[in-house]
Design a protein around this ligand. Structure first.
Ligand code: IFM
Length: 451
């Protein structure tokens, strides 16, 4: 009798490793004024002059609100085990609190049922930057009441979808939402105020803790995490001022959310700046048990000291020759391995890579005469980065899954439709979807037939 050996994945990832794809509501849904959806801060922000590339908005985006069956079919064709998406808070609570929009909830019902029928596990993220505008008018994240509003919204989501969703994340990249939204003005609501930034960050942390409690109460067995954008931060040049700027930005970028949420403390270098906003019992409210650590990783950041900036740093230039110049993107896969190791050691949680991928200027990503979108640079990037993840696993990191960013070309925030991250090309005039070469590459990787 012959015993057939179990096929191991070419990357050497463990059995049961989860391959997935990620998107977010405002970036793909469109239908921003349909079926009772309320405005989000991004609707307002993107209409202001000069905020996005060519004044692009998410009004139509990929029209996923209507075309979701086609997108679910693409996910099925891709063969992934999980689909990570976010719920639009203003679609289900148009004013952020109070009256519920049943049609908004119905949309996510249809989507969830479709994802489950297609044999995939839905991973639901509660917040991917689209705060209801009505709440922003009350101060948004700077208003301490936001933690309660977020908890109430979480109750609604948990009660309605908790029968079908097991994996929840509270936030996607809170650092970007607050740092770029309240300190640097690159994201909505584009407030530039030092105190507002610290308040927003702390209140978001409180909202995280409150939401974890809600999910635990309503959904026994829920697997709860949060998703952090983690990148190494380097000084642009080796001066004491720039070294300090790098340490401060590292704290704001990488630690100000994960540390209090998982370890119960703010990082020492910035802790005293949070003190005015911390009330008795807050750190215990924020630090709730979670089940997994979501890591979004793209590449390193360079910084320099800047006295004119309210937090003391500015984005700097990479002083080094870029490795792998043929790929045309700062490719530092070893940094990915290192950051996976740093997070595993610091937070001692199973890790899911919840975003990784490559953006390319829209002009270069075109459907050719044969109906093909050739994106060898993206495949080259993904090969190096998935191999770097496999290295971290060999080095002992408990990485349980990898979600590509993104399924579809989409509204890339300030870059509008000028930067494409999808493995499926979207023609934003006709909304036609065309899988790129990287789609076939990822499909083979998921099947365990290539790396
Ligand atoms: O498109 C974004 C996403 O919304 C958050 N993480 C980074 C991606 C690429 O910039």
């Amino acid at each position: 009798m012959s015993v057939s050996a179990k096929k191991t994945h070419p990357l050497g990832v463990p059995e049961g490793f989860l391959w997935g794809a990620s998107t977010s509501a405002y970036q793909i849904e469109g239908a921003t004024a349909e079926d009772g959806r309320g405005e989000s801060i991004w609707d307002v922000h993107s209409r202001l002059p000069g905020r996005t590339n060519n004044g692009h908005t998410g009004d139509v985006a990929c029209d996923h609100y209507h075309r979701w069956p086609e997108d679910v079919a693409l996910l099925k064709q891709l063969g992934v085990g999980a689909y990570r998406f976010s719920v639009s808070w203003p679609r289900v609570l148009p004013r952020g609190r109070g009256a519920v929009n049943d049609k908004g909830l119905d949309f996510y019902d249809r989507l969830l049922d479709g994802v489950l029928e297609a044999g995939m596990e839905p991973w639901l993220c509660l917040y991917h930057w689209d705060l209801p505008q009505k709440l922003s008018e009350l101060g948004g994240w700077t208003n301490r009441d936001v933690a309660g509003w977020f908890a109430d919204y979480t109750v609604l989501v948990a009660r309605r979808f908790g029968d079908r969703v097991r994996h929840f994340s509270t936030f996607n990249e809170p650092n970007v939402a607050t740092l770029f939204g309240y300190a640097m003005t690159w994201c909505a609501p584009a407030v530039q105020d030092r105190a507002a930034y610290f308040r927003a960050a702390h209140h978001l942390n409180l909202a995280h803790g409150a939401a974890v409690d809600v999910l635990r109460n309503w959904i026994p067995g829920a697997q709860i995490g949060s998703i952090y954008n983690v990148q190494p931060v380097h000084p642009e040049s080796d001066t004491p001022e720039n070294r300090k700027a790098a340490l401060v930005l590292d704290a704001h970028w990488n630690l100000v959310y994960a540390d209090p949420q998982i370890l119960g403390t703010y990082p020492a270098i910035v802790a005293n700046e949070f003190e005015p906003y911390i009330q008795a019992g807050d750190m215990a409210r924020i630090c709730r048990k979670v089940d997994w650590f979501g890591m979004n990783h793209y590449g390193p950041i360079w910084t320099r000291a800047d006295d004119t900036n309210q937090l003391g740093f500015a984005w700097g230039d990479n002083p080094n020759p870029v490795p792998h110049p043929h790929i045309g993107w700062p490719i530092y896969p070893d940094a990915f391995t290192d950051e996976l190791k740093r997070c595993a050691k610091r937070y001692k949680l199973p890790v899911y890579v919840t975003e990784n991928g490559m953006g390319r200027g829209a002009a270069e990503e075109v459907v050719d005469d044969q109906g093909r979108v050739a994106d060898p640079y993206r495949i080259a990037y993904l090969k190096l980065y998935t191999a770097a993840m496999a290295q971290a696993i060999r080095d002992g990191v408990d990485v349980r899954g990898y979600f590509i960013w993104s399924l579809l070309d989409n509204f890339e925030w300030g870059s509008g439709y000028g930067n494409r991250f999808g493995i499926v090309h979207v023609d934003f005039d006709t909304l036609k979807r065309t899988p790129k070469d990287s789609f076939a590459w990822y499909q083979a990787l998921v099947k365990g037939e290539g790396a």
